[in-house]
Design a protein around this ligand. Sequence first.
Ligand SMILES: Nc1ncnc2c1ncn2[C@@H]1O[C@H](COP(=O)(O)OP(=O)(O)O)[C@@H](O)[C@H]1O
Ligand SMILES: [Mg+2]
Length: 279
Amino acid sequence: MKPLPRAPNNNLTDQHQASQKLISEQEARLTQLASQLLAANASLEREITDRLSKEDEFRRSTEQLRELSARLQSVREEERTRLSRAIHDELGQALTGLKMDVAWLQKHLDQQQPALLEKTQAMSDLIDIIVQAVRRIATELRPGILDLSLVATIEWQLQEFQTRSGIQGKLISAPEETTLDADGATTVFRIFQEILTNVTRHAQATQIEVNVEENATFLTLHVQDNGRGITENEIHSSKSIGLLGMRERARLRAGEVHFQGTPGKGTTVTVRLPLSMNN
Ligand SMILES: Nc1ncnc2c1ncn2[C@@H]1O[C@H](COP(=O)(O)OP(=O)(O)O)[C@@H](O)[C@H]1O
Ligand SMILES: [Mg+2]
């Protein structure tokens, strides 16, 4: 039998050529993909650098805002101290002088002129009223007692709060005195005032309890009311500017303020300040 004629080798060559073509097409595709990836990578890198520098800028401007707010806060406090002293001392002295003059007049007036006597008595009474108002305004700006004792100031403010709001205020425990410096005492006092304002405005409480504690490193102030209880939403809301202000004030002294509410049971605010800024 004759052997079958061999298929021409052409077939193999075709296959080889076809797969070569496929390979080079794939190679071209891969090269194109690689260059697309490189371009995407470069653009991502640019975006990351951009974002990092924006974050940096954001951090810097946040820091600047904080510094500005701290500066405004301390200028405001200095201004209040200055005004309070000026009102108390200068106006107070002038009024005392006036009161003495009116008393002199009363003594030297002709006792047969009741209308004049009555008039000077009315003037004297009016001066007493103005003296009271001057004292009240000076104290509202900044109580002088704050320079002497934080604990005594808290006690006094609590009494004022009780008289004004009708909410019972109890100082449960406090050290004889704190070792906190004047600046720290002002910070705690201003936060305390803000807490009391919030109790009056929002808590629907009938009673608050205050505790002051001091150990070797920290002063802690707890204020607990028996009202409706602040909610988590209110604590974290960006609209709660008052709470933010308290936190920022404490932060400036390396301290913190913590809020906790239980529905129907009340709210506790805890303020903690290191006794020295180096802690
Ligand atoms: N002691 C409290 N008891 C219940 N809710 C409170 C108390 N303190 C604050 N809140 C709630 O938290 C919110 C935020 O307080 P704050 O930032 O001081 O703002 P506001 O200007 O309303 O006083 C208040 O509007 C109130 O709803
Ligand atoms: Mg408030």
